[in-house]
Design a protein around this ligand. Sequence first.
Ligand SMILES: [Zn+2]
Length: 129
Amino acid sequence: MKSSEQISRCRQGLGEDLGELQSAIDQIQRSSFLVRASLYWRERQCGKEGCRCRKGKLHRSRAISVRRDGQSRVISLRGIDLLKVSAGIEHYQRFREKSLEIKRLMSEILKNVSLLGKLQEVDLEGFRR
Ligand SMILES: [Zn+2]
């Protein structure tokens, strides 16, 4: 490939990546409340004599698992708005996806900037009069 073709491909790539970066940043800026956790069902036996859970029909309740300082903690959702928690978890997942995309795009942009610099470097021989 001729270097002029490479340069134009490189410039085009930069423009496209910048557009995608702008769009990802817009989405990050619009993000609202985030809940960094995973939602699941907790099943347990209550310990009461003759309860249905003794026969294998366990009590089920919603809980979330949260990681803090490298430790996993389970938090019961009794009395907490499940819809809001689910929305917050979804928001966090989208936020995380977008931030990974931003990271990838920035590294791509830096790669293209460096390549563009190399491709446009000239030998002083070209300036000879
Ligand atoms: Zn029970």
